[in-house]
Design a binder for this molecule. Structure first.
Ligand SMILES: [Zn+2]
Length: 396
């Protein structure tokens, strides 16, 4: 039996404080087995692994009742983690491995490494460097499943550009899309853009034809433009409720337009900070089952409060885990740990954590053409969760 790395973390739900979960993210590289309850069915099972894959899943009455088995979490948007900023140049293999291992300890085994708006040539250079770095380690090749490029084809309007530098946002051209594909080879790529930019609909069609998935975000697009973007191939809307001004026209705004657009899945940051609990519940009621979760984490996630960078920005993170530019009320990325996102989502919806788990594993992975199931043939990589009820009130 050879397992790597096996780290446990404990997370609690506040304000109820009634559920404590300890999590182990296990990757079984040899032959072995583990007993527990299937997270989706609740059935006691024996999960057998051989040569890095799940070879059998069978009913087993002797499985421990408080132990649950689930696929690892899959995050479509991670800008940095555990004190490591992915936007910095000259990142080392050890720094990237450190971030990957901390993410894994918090339940997320694979993710799209996310780069935000910068000068296009610098952005592509950074992406190519990261791709070379990833190629130096099988662990990194597995964990960094692909790339999310958020910007620079975003709205320059106040509030809509968010943390992105409005002086650097621009219109997409076919050469940008072709270069992005050339730099990333056959890797999964998600590109977030604003479809109202000149040339954006053509860029969505071209990107889609080249296997790049397009998500809409940091946008004030009209309903008609959203519809045209979907017809051109857009598959998602990035962090609904964020990337827009904090005050909106009550009659017509980007939130209503997206909620009124059929077929468009959305991602949400389930930290109770970026999206209010009532809005979070309403989005689920209206868009079931087209909701997935992301952390949009930056370097402060999984690290203590303090000052961190996001590219050229210096950001401040308080004990409340809110990420701000010093002196500004606006949110800039999150400090959310993936496992806490699951627990907070379940708390906001008043459901079991098992019910929301696929929104942060199977669904986001499928959106970019990957699988993340607890099933025979899948990598023997999974989360073991032990839940217990307690009545403490301290915690996250
Ligand atoms: Zn954003």
């Amino acid at each position: 039996m050879s397992r790597e790395p096996s780290i446990s973390v404990t997370a609690q739900v506040k304000p109820s404080g009634q559920l404590r979960i300890s999590l182990q993210a296990l990757r079984e590289t040899g032959r072995g087995e583990i007993l527990g309850r299937h997270f989706a069915t609740g059935e006691p099972i024996r999960l057998v692994c051989e040569a890095g894959r799940i070879s059998r899943i069978e009913p087993f009455a002797g499985a421990a009742p408080g132990t649950w088995l689930a696929p690892p979490l899959f995050d479509l948007q991670v800008n940095g983690y555990g004190g490591i900023d992915f936007q910095q140049d000259n990142l080392s293999v050890d720094q990237l491995l450190s971030a990957v291992r901390q993410l894994r300890a918090d339940g997320c085994a694979r993710f799209l490494l996310t780069l935000i708006t910068d000068d296009w040539a610098r952005l592509m250079h950074r992406l190519a460097s990261l791709r070379r770095l990833r190629a130096q380690s099988p662990e990194l090749l597995y964990a960094v499943a692909g790339w999310h490029i958020e910007g620079p084809f975003l709205s320059p309007k106040p509030g809509f550009h968010g943390t992105h530098d409005p002086a650097l946002v621009c219109d997409p051209a076919p050469r940008h899309i072709r270069e992005l594909r050339a730099v990333t080879g056959a890797d999964p790529v998600l590109l977030t853009l604003a479809p109202e930019r000149a040339g954006a609909i053509e860029a969505i069609s071209l990107a889609t034809s080249l296997g790049i998935k397009v998500s809409l975000g940091h946008t004030d697009a009209s309903a008609e433009t959203l519809e045209r973007a979907i017809q051109a191939g857009a598959v998602c809307f990035t962090h609904l409720g964020n990337g827009c001004p904090s005050e909106l026209n009550r009659h017509d705004n980007i939130l209503w337009r997206v909620l009124d657009t059929p077929r468009l899945p959305v991602s949400l940051i389930p930290d109770r900070i970026h999206v209010s609990p009532p809005f979070f519940r309403l989005v689920h009621r209206l868009l079931q089952p087209r909701v997935c979760y992301i952390t949009d984490a930056m370097a402060a996630a999984g690290a203590p409060p303090g000052r961190y960078t996001l590219g050229r920005l210096e950001l401040e993170v308080g004990p409340d885990q809110v990420v701000r530019r010093p002196g500004s009320p606006f949110l800039s990325g999150s400090a959310l740990r993936p496992i806490d996102g699951i627990l907070r989502a379940a708390w906001m919806l008043g459901c079991a954590w098992q019910d929301v788990w696929p929104r942060f594993s199977e669904f986001p992975a499928s959106m970019i053409g990957l699988e993340c199931h607890l099933a025979v043939g899948q990598p023997s990589d999974f989360c073991v969760l032990r839940s217990q009820t307690c009545f403490e009130t301290q915690g996250v």
